[in-house]
Structures are given as C-alpha cells and as structure tokens.
Ligand binder design. Structure first.
Ligand SMILES: [Zn+2]
Length: 684
C-alpha cells in the first residue's frame, strides 16, 4: 500500500484549520484520519478510529491534558474537528486501575470527562487510546492484516512478519477489558510501534500524525507482501452453464428473502438488493470450499452488525431452470432463518434482554454470478455489499496463506448484540415504503416528478422512467440516495423491458409500478383520422399494458405481491367534447386496471387507478389552459378552479392519491378521483 501523505496537502490542512484556531497537531491529526478513512482497504463504513493526546482549554478557562478521539457516528473519511471530541486524559487513564468497568459505566464516565458536554460520545475504543502513552494512535481494520491474523496460527505469523515491532493482543471484544489487555501488552515492550488485535485489526503509534500513519502503511504493506508470497488460489468448481442473468435471479432471491406479513397482514418486510461481481468475487463464490470459508464468520467483528455472521449461499442458477432455482433459493433461505434463530436462542442467555434481529441474510453468495448485499434501504444494501467485497478479498487472502478463522460463536453473538455496537447504526424510524422499489413512468413530468419525490420520502427506492432522460436525471439527483433515471419509451416493448431489467439490477426487484406517462390527442370522433386514434392508443392504453406486464412478471418471480397504479383520466368516465382520441384509450385503461385486479388478486398484486383532472402539466400546458378557458368563456383561474371545491388540483394532490393507494393494502380495483369534485364525472 502506498502512502497517500502529501506534504503540500498537510501544510494546507494546517493553514485551513488555523483559521478556526486549531493547532497544527490537531490539523494533521484530522488530515491523516481522512487519509485512512478514504482507503477502503483500511477502513469501511464507520470502522476504525484515531486519536491525539494534546491540551485543550476547558469551559472554566483551564488548560488540561486531553485525548481527542474519533466520535461515535463520524466517518473518518470526512472527519472534522467536531468529530474528534476531547476527553480529560488523566482521569481517563486512572480508570486503568479498576478491576472492571461495565459498558454502561464506561460510556457514562467518558461522557462525564468530555470537555464539551455537547460533544458526540467518544469511540468505544477510547480507553485503549488513552491507556497507550503514544501521542498519536491510529486504528484500522486493514483487509491485508486481517488475512494475516484471521488464522489459527496468527501469533506465529505476526512474529514472522513483524518481528518485535508489533505487540500481539489475543481476541477480546472492544471495551474496558480489551483496553486493559492492550495496555498490558504494550507495557511488556514499550518499544513496539503498534499492536495487533487478533481477529480484529491493527493499531499503530507515533510521535506525530505522519509517523503513526506511515507506520500503518508500512505494516499493511508487509501484510500484503506476506499474503502475496506463494499465494495459492482458491480451488474452483465450474457452475453449470449457461448461468441465469442477474435480472432473472434477483427477484427470486428478493422474494425468498422477504418476511411475509412482518408488519401486519399483507405488510411484508422487504429488502433492497445491491449486486456485485468481478473476477475475484466469481473465484470466491465458485470455490470448492465456499461453504467452509464463507461460513466461518466475519472478517472483523465490526462487520457483524452489517452483514450478520455468515452469508446465505444458494446453488448456481442455471439459465432456463429458474423454477428449480426458485425452489432451491426458498429452501436455502428457510434453512438460513432456522440456523440464525437457533444461533440466537443458543446464545441469548449471554444477553437476556436482547431482542432477535430479523433472521434474514444481509449477504447472498450466488455461484456463477456474484454476490448481493441486502438492506432495508439502498444505502444499507450498498454498505452490506461493500463489506461483503472486503470479506471476499480478506478471506481469499487468508485462504491463500492458510485457513481463514474467525472469532468463536459466543464472541460473534456478543458483538452482534452489543448495544454500543448497535448504537453505530443510529436510530432510524421505519418509513412506510422501506425496502420497496417503485418504478414511475413519465417521471420527468409534473405528476411523475411529484410522485417520485413523494414515494422516495416514504422510503421507497425509485426508478424514474422517461423519454426525457435529462429532466428525469435532474429529478433523481434532487431526490438523491436511492433513485435512478432511466431513459424509456413506454410505447416500445424492448425499451420497457430494458428499463425494468436495469431497475432490477440496481435494486433487486419491483414492488410498485406507477404507470403515469400519457399525452392528449384531440379530434371530433366522426372525422378524426385513424392514425391519430391509434397513436393515442399506443401511449394511453398499450404502453400501460406493457408496463404492467413487465412489472407483473417481476412481482410473480418475487411472490410477495405488489401494486400497479395507473394514471387514468376523468375522460375515462366523462368524455369531453372533441376529446375522443384521448378518452377512448383511457376508458380501455380503466378496464385494464380492473382486469389486472381480477387476474392477479390471488397473487397479492393490487391494481388501482387515479382519475385526475385539470392538473397543470406537460399535458395541460399554460397555452392549452388559455385555449380551453377561452372556449368556455371563463377566466383561466375560473377554468382551473371550476370544480365543486373551487380549488385548483395540483400534481402534488395526484401524487398523494397514488401514495394512499400504495399504502391501502386491502384496496384493489379502486378509482380515486382527484379533480376537486365534478359531479358529472363521479363514478357510480
Ligand atoms: Zn476496531
């Protein structure tokens, strides 16, 4: 591993932070923390921590010795001074004389020692940093170092690679006992430049930020060299060919990894899937001994809260034999759930107050194809996939030089259900559409944009389909997070298929399809040319059918229900003069909704329609409004508010109606009217 230290950048950091009154030592501490945090082979998603011993002025104006240490919940890659809370050093050090200190007490004492009572809680590894006398201390979960120390003979390997430069601390979970044990190991040889924490990670020490950082790079490089030496590759099995494609496999896996009725009848717990593949991943998942090494436990304990302690392994999915794969996947998930539940029950006496997490896997390994990270949100799925990729590299490295070995099952349980570790995940309120994937057509228009935003706010991952990809991409960017824009012509079957395949590849499946794209054609029905009528039918009827068909195919593969929502118009029930070419296909689409409700109700797939009228949009442009108002001899305002409630209907109102239908789990074949009240268009 190459050092990323650039002297010019380090000086710039000193100058930058000096403006905020921060001294050079802390500025460099921030700089090197970011360098460590930006390297995924060292630190992933909240793992690792760093510290600096210095002085700070307390609120009473006294200068005291402090430990500035990474605060809980801060990402090292983007750390700021506020993310390095200062803890009074001497009282923290004095805790070492205690025989024991419970986690709760440790957290309370550390909070009491904060210079700023409003600062974030310091890292759970704070006392280890405090007990080591070095001015600067760095800690990472380097993948290469883990390949070296996740071994039955890790102590011997460390002695061989590091000589006496690093002390070796046997595995203990983080907390007071580990801090004491690490300090005792340091005292045995105060000349060590760092410590190995067996099955966990590495610490390096320095008189300044650069020294500790460069030592980290040096020791990681030594581990990399050892892992590369006489490296033997994983013995592979060739999966049956041809292997099915990711968009065929993902919905099946996603359906199998769904907890039916977890939140009430029809309210399933679903997960988002994040797919990864590469030569390294394929070599790993095609390994002859995959079940042994992948099932042996986590690469470092910190991963347990994200990926659980072992992944789900399914048989290779052969193209053309997806029914067999589906049966096998469901069996594998059932076995996983049973195994996880038994693991929890076996170990629960260690933590009687713990409530079992959902027993679904967070990583799925698919021989011949790759791996999936799973999560309640797309972000969680990405994190699980990132960690799974690190595990692939670290475990393959361990197997290259020996035999991958993780911590024991009780140790795994202790860390997976450790409240201080779980606190890293933060409190997040469940959103109504958590884990669900929604596809919206006509997403760049007024109603499509409002709907995409509202569904994203409700927790769904959203795919925005539109002909106008630039506008859809701008909306996706504004939504941020779990959203993607896909260019799609809904009147073209191939384009619709490709858009759904991309959605499935990105998020794992589809639960809600909002078929919204439409356009208006006019003409007196007795005189209009047939081409106009057919053109309108292509977009206002057949495109809805194409979208619904593509969605239903995925929903059936998932086997966990779903929801089809259609933008039908008032015209479907109440024709407007010269609007036949628009109203006729919309009337057919209203019937289409009922046909889907009837044919797929038994599969838990609901179909509902929104009848909107007079919504300002690409369809009802300002010019068009002016024309219609003039034709009726009323002002534009009166035209737009010409309804029973005398209120203009907005795109937001339509989006709300779609969301209400998506959430109404016992409602299907429904038509919701969003027109401010039009008694002539009221449904019987
Ligand atoms: Zn750690």
């Amino acid at each position: 591993m190459k050092s990323a230290w650039v002297e010019r950048d380090a000086k710039a950091a000193i100058d930058h932070f000096a403006q905020a009154g921060i001294d050079a030592a802390l500025a460099l501490r921030i700089y090197s923390t970011r360098l460590l945090g930006r390297e995924p082979k060292l630190v992933l998603h909240g793992g690792g921590n760093t510290s600096l011993k210095t002085t700070a002025r307390d609120l009473l104006g006294e200068d005291v010795a402090v430990l500035c240490v990474k605060g809980s919940g801060w990402d090292m890659a983007a750390i700021e001074p506020a993310g390095m809370p200062a803890v009074r050093l001497e009282p923290a050090r004095s805790l070492r004389s205690r025989a024991a200190l419970s986690d709760d007490e440790m957290v309370r004492v550390l909070r009491a020692l904060l210079i700023d009572p409003q600062a974030p809680s310091p890292s759970v590894e704070t006392l280890l940093h405090a007990f080591i006398p070095a001015k600067v201390v760095d800690h990472t979960h380097s993948t290469a170092v883990l390949s070296l120390i996740d071994q039955p003979n890790s102590a011997d390997l460390c002695a061989e690679v590091y000589g006496g430069k690093l002390g070796f601390v046997p595995y203990i979970m983080p907390g007071f006992a580990l801090a004491k044990s690490a300090a005792d190991e340091f005292d045995k040889n105060p000349k060590v430049e760092g410590l190995i924490l067996d099955k966990h990670g590495i610490f390096t020490f320095g008189n300044d930020a650069r020294e500790a950082y460069e030592r980290m790079i040096e020791f990681v490089t030594l581990a990399e060299a050892r892992v590369a030496k006489n490296r033997k590759s994983l013995a592979g099995v060739k999966p049956p060919q041809p292997v099915a494609l990711v968009h065929e496999v993902a919905p099946i896996l996603r359906g199998a990894c769904t907890l039916k009725d977890a939140f009430g009848e029809g309210a399933h717990k679903r997960l988002i899937l994040d797919f990864r593949s590469s030569d390294a991943i394929l070599a790993y998942v095609n390994g002859q001994e995959l079940a042994r090494y992948a099932g042996a436990g986590v690469l470092t304990p910190d991963h347990a809260i994200r990926t659980k302690n072992w992944p789900l392994i399914v048989p290779p999915p052969q193209a053309g034999a997806l029914d067999d794969f589906k049966t096998a996947a469901h069996t594998a998930v059932r076995q996983y759930v049973d195994r996880y539940t038994a693991y929890f029950k076996r170990n629960q006496p260690r933590s009687p107050a713990a409530a079992m997490h959902d027993p679904l896997p967070r990583v799925v390994l698919v021989p011949g194809l790759g791996l999936f990270g799973l999560g309640v949100t797309a972000k969680d799925a990405r994190i699980a996939a990132d960690i799974a990729e690190a595990a692939v590299e670290g475990i393959a490295g361990a197997e290259a030089i020996g035999r991958f070995t993780s911590i024991t099952e009780p140790d795994m349980f202790d860390i997976e259900y450790w409240p201080l570790e779980l606190a890293k995940l933060g409190a997040r309120k469940r959103a109504p559409l958590d884990g669900q994937v929604a596809v919206i057509t006509g997403a760049a228009g007024a109603i499509g944009t409002a709907t995409a935003k509202l569904f994203a706010e409700a927790g769904a991952a959203v795919a925005l389909l539109d002909l106008d990809n630039v506008a859809a991409a701008a909306t996706a960017k504004a939504i941020g997070g779990a959203s993607m824009a896909i260019q799609c012509d809904v009147t073209d079957a191939g384009s619709v298929r490709a858009a759904f395949e991309r959605t499935v590849a990105a998020f794992g499946g589809v639960d809600i399809a909002i078929s919204n794209a439409g356009a208006a054609w006019q003409g007196k029905i007795g005189e209009v040319d047939e081409a106009t009528l057919r053109e309108s039918f292509e977009l206002n009827f057949f495109a809805h059918q194409k979208v619904a068909q593509a969605a239903v195919k995925i929903m059936l593969a998932q086997g966990s229900g779903g929801c089809l929502l259609f933008n039908v118009s008032k015209q479907a029930v109440n024709p407007g003069a010269n609007f036949g070419p628009y109203g006729l296909p919309k009337a057919a689409t209203l019937f289409l909704v009922r046909q889907y409700a009837l044919d797929y109700g038994a599969d838990g797939i609901r179909a509902n329609a929104v009848n909107a009228d007079r919504v300002r949009s690409g369809l009802l442009t300002d010019d068009f409004i002016a024309q219609r108002a003039q034709a009726r001899g009323v002002s534009e305002k009166d035209y737009m508010t010409g309804n029973l409630l005398q209120r203009e209907v907005t795109a937001q109102d339509v989006a709300q109606a779609f969301l209400a239908q998506a959430l109404a789990l016992k409602t299907t074949a429904d038509v919701t009217t969003v027109d401010g009240g039009n008694i002539a268009a009221a449904l019987r």
